[in-house]
Design a protein around this ligand. Structure first.
Ligand code: FFI
Ligand code: NDP
Length: 516
């Protein structure tokens, strides 16, 4: 019997960000392994015209939760969606709901955040810093609280090369930033943002670092732990391999490569691709929740949830495997071009590829759409992909070293059964198999493409290959014809080749006649 699963039995658990990528997998795992838990409170806001109930219904009826329904048939009764907007004072939670949360919660998993790299400083601080402070304040009023688990990111200190499992101070106190945002107007905030974030690559990583500082400063006597996952990817094993449902992180680029939109990207091929499967990234917080509550470490511990130092994979290996899977096994439907990848570290080559292989074909395709009276879209899509690629460049061209002392210590504290059920040992991960399942998952669960369409997609790729060869041959002939018409040297080379071929053929014919 798993000690950790038993620990969550009968508990009231509060999750923020439960409708997000990590949040959903966290909830699924809790219900599946501890179906006797008391209740999971989730703080949800209405979104995209859906009420709270509709959102919860959609999650519980998704493919991800299929196994949960078998193990925990009354899952609908165990989930309690509470209206909340983390951007508002007191999260806009009603008095009754707040009272229930304060009096009943045993464990908190704080996952909610804005993960957009280009968010405004005001919004990112509100969500990643102020809301965290507010939640800590709430937590300090919860008499039954046993542990508070804060999900941060391994990149919160990506301005450093070697990162230990400690909290690094930010140059400006979070409190000062929160206070100044109250009276500064938006235009000034956006102007000072680059000066504040200094050597952090974006607002997201910077505000996550501020969030950690707030956790440290406002921890009071709470039993807190911080988890820092690196780039979170599709599920590795649970509840089934390859599940993924948003276009963040690698997913958007994988699609862009599979559809043949993106043929090159500025990437250091040997840089470490520090991906971590989402099931691993939530097994660790679950194990930490148990450890923090039961063992009550004297100080707040930070846990790195990374793969690079234990089982490294580089972008080259990852890119090759992604493309091989698309080309040979599971192509995407209606690809624009054949998947191909060139990793370059040069700015000049990147600019060249962007102009010749990305923007020019998009413009030509849009021209064709215009001629046929259809809506133009390729240039917009391509610009969006190139913008995303340029935002991710920072992470594709550097490697970091994260120490994993606490994570390894925790692993050794687990019983063999818990090591199996709450596995976060990435040394066991087979990258090639994982990437294959990942790519399949992107096709199946994210793009919702039918597997029955694979033969047609393969035919389409074959057609694209033939068009590609035909186009290149035609281009070569046109260029050559123009050259011959204009340059004496090209004509000389041409006559030399023709006479050489003629002589070779004559010799070949003569020798074969002699043999007869
Ligand atoms: C040749 C190439 C070959 C390659 C081969 C392949 C090899 C493998 C390569 C792997 C490389 C990996 C690199 C990883 C590095 C990650 C580092 C992370 C480090 C930190 C990790 C963390 O700690 S934490 C999470 C990270 N944080 C994000 O990763 C958010 C980033 N991102 C944004 O910051 C915004 O994305 C950004 C970009 C501003 C654009 O912003 P943007 O405004 O231009 O575009 P949007 O994202 O808003 O969306 C655009 C349109 O997609 C629609 N859409 C949204 N979701 C959808 C869904 N589920 N299904 C359908 N469609 C969906 C949406 O509705 C829009 O459609 P429409 O335009 O029609 O409305
Ligand atoms: N994905 C990754 O690669 C990594 C993620 N992380 C961290 O993991 C955590 C979860 O990330 P991930 O699941 O990917 O992010 P998602 O963007 O998928 O989910 C974010 C969650 O936060 C909620 N949220 C955002 N704003 C509000 C608000 N105003 N009020 C209430 N809820 C809100 C969202 O709700 P809604 O559905 O309503 O928008 C959603 O549930 C974050 O803390 C992130 O920093 C760390 C490393 C890598």
């Amino acid at each position: 019997m798993s000690v950790i699963a038993a620990f969550y039995g009968g508990k009231s658990i509060l999750i923020t960000g439960a409708t997000g990528f990590l949040g959903k997998v966290l909830m699924e795992k809790l219900f599946r392994t501890s179906p006797d838990l008391k209740v999971i409170y989730i703080l949800v806001r209405p979104k995209a015209g859906q009420t709270l109930q509709q959102r919860v219904f959609q999650i519980l009826n998704s493919k991800l939760f299929e196994k949960v329904k078998e193990v925990c048939p009354n899952v609908h009764e165990k989930i309690r969606a509470i209206y909340a907007d983390l951007n508002q004072n007191d999260f806009a939670i009603s008095k009754e709901d707040m009272q229930e949360l304060l009096s009943c919660t045993n464990i908190i998993f704080h996952c909610a955040a804005t993960v957009r790299f280009d968010d405004t400083l005001r919004h990112a601080v509100q969500l990643n810093v102020t809301a965290t402070r507010q939640l800590l304040l709430m937590a300090s009023q919860m008499p039954k609280l046993e542990a508070f688990i804060h999900i941060s990111t391994a990149y919160s200190n990506c301005n450093l090369k070697h990162i230990d499992e400690v909290i690094y101070p930010c140059p400006v106190e979070p409190k000062k930033i929160i206070d100044s945002l109250e009276w500064l107007d938006d235009a000034i905030i956006e102007e000072i943002a680059p000066k504040l974030i200094r050597d952090w690559p974006n607002i997201y990583t910077y505000t996550k670092a501020l969030g950690e500082m707030v956790v440290q400063q406002e921890s009071r006597n709470l039993n807190i732990a911080i988890i820092r996952p690196s780039i979170v990817g599709a599920t590795w094993q649970e509840p089934f391999p390859g599940w993924v449902d948003n276009i963040n992180g690698p997913n958007g680029l994988i699609i862009a490569a599979g559809k043949g939109f993106l043929l090159a990207i500025k990437t250091t091929p040997m840089a470490v691709a520090d991906l971590i499967p989402v099931d691993t990234a939530i097994n660790l917080p679950l194990a930490v929740g148990w450890y923090a509550a039961v063992h009550r470490p004297k100080s707040m511990l930070v846990y790195h949830c990374t793969s690079g130092n234990l089982n490294p994979c580089n972008w080259d290996k990852m890119g090759v495997q992604v493309l091989a899977t698309f080309e040979i096994q599971i192509p995407l439907e209606r690809a624009f071009r054949r998947p191909y990848a060139d990793f370059t570290t040069s700015n000049f080559t990147t600019q060249y590829w962007n102009a010749i292989s990305h923007q020019a074909p998009a413009i030509i395709y849009d021209f064709y759409l215009w001629l046929t009276g259809r809506k133009l879209r390729m240039t917009k899509v391509m610009n969006q992909i190139l913008r995303t690629a340029s935002m991710l460049e920072y992470f594709l061209n550097r490697s970091w070293e994260w120490s994993t002392y606490n994570t390894e210590m925790l692993m050794s504290e687990l019983s063999p059964e818990d090591q199996r059920v709450f596995n976060f040992d990435v040394r066991q991960l087979n990258w090639l198999e994982y990437i294959e399942n990942y790519v399949l998952g992107v096709k199946k669960y994210l793009l919702k493409e039918d597997m029955a369409g694979i033969p047609e997609a393969k035919q389409h790729l074959k057609r694209l290959r033939n068009i590609h060869y035909l186009f290149n041959t035609a281009l070569f002939l046109i260029v050559w014809r123009l050259l011959i018409a204009r340059s004496q040297m090209a004509r000389n080379v041409w006559f030399f080749i023709v006479s050489f071929c003629y002589k070779f053929l004559s010799y070949f014919r003569a020798s074969s006649t002699l043999k007869v």
